[in-house]
Design a protein around this ligand. Structure first.
Ligand SMILES: [Zn+2]
Length: 125
């Protein structure tokens, strides 16, 4: 058998190590679902793959709207800081559509004010 080529036999299931390697390969560009490291999650937010970011989740993704705000500010956001979408579209992450709040309660207050101004949805975006 040529060295370096793995052939699965009847009695030899994939080793743990081999399974991990397959998983890693699929995670990247070989995965047919690969979308250039950008994905939209059920809540409507856009995630960007950036494993080196200090605020990335366990799969290495960071919220795009937070990245855009960080680029604008030239610094990382604090965990408690909130980025608001001015047009309420969570997928519209251009700089001009984003506003920064120092914490969640300031952000919520702002939304409550919007509600008294006639917002019938009351969504926190
Ligand atoms: Zn908001």
């Amino acid at each position: 058998m040529p060295k370096g080529i793995y052939v699965r036999t009847k009695n030899k299931p994939h080793s743990k190590e081999r399974k991990q390697k397959i998983g890693e390969a699929l995670e990247g560009i070989k995965n047919p679902r690969w979308k250039g490291g950008k994905q939209t999650i059920a809540s409507g937010y856009v995630l960007i793959l950036d494993k080196s970011h200090p605020a990335c989740n366990c799969r290495g993704y960071v919220y795009e709207h937070r990245l855009v705000m960080e680029k604008k500010l030239g610094r990382f956001l604090k965990q408690e800081e909130r980025v608001h979408h001015i047009d309420r579209n969570k997928a519209n992450n251009i700089e001009e559509n984003l506003a920064l709040f120092s914490n969640d309660s300031e952000h919520r207050k702002f939304h409550l004010n919007l509600m008294t101004g006639g917002d019938r949805y009351g969504n926190i975006l």
